[in-house]
Design a binder for this molecule. Sequence first.
Ligand code: ZN
Length: 85
Amino acid sequence: MEKELNSAIITDFKIPTRMCVGCRGRFPQKDLYRFQEINKKLVNYTKSGRSFYICNLCMKQDKKKIVKVLNGKFKIKDIEELAKY
Ligand SMILES: [Zn+2]
């Protein structure tokens, strides 16, 4: 019986990755934008509190998806900060 090689996904454990809330893909932290929510408003990460990441690609191509996630999951209504990117 042949053994199936089930290691198609190559993961480099030396690079810390974080998940993008828009596409749920994993990316190196340096390629992600980090935000948090304060009083239903999207703000840049202030180094304290709960934060989340958004990838480069979503920022450039799929802001609608991000807005949907932010509205639903994080109850963020003010996403003014996104427009700067
Ligand atoms: Zn993304």
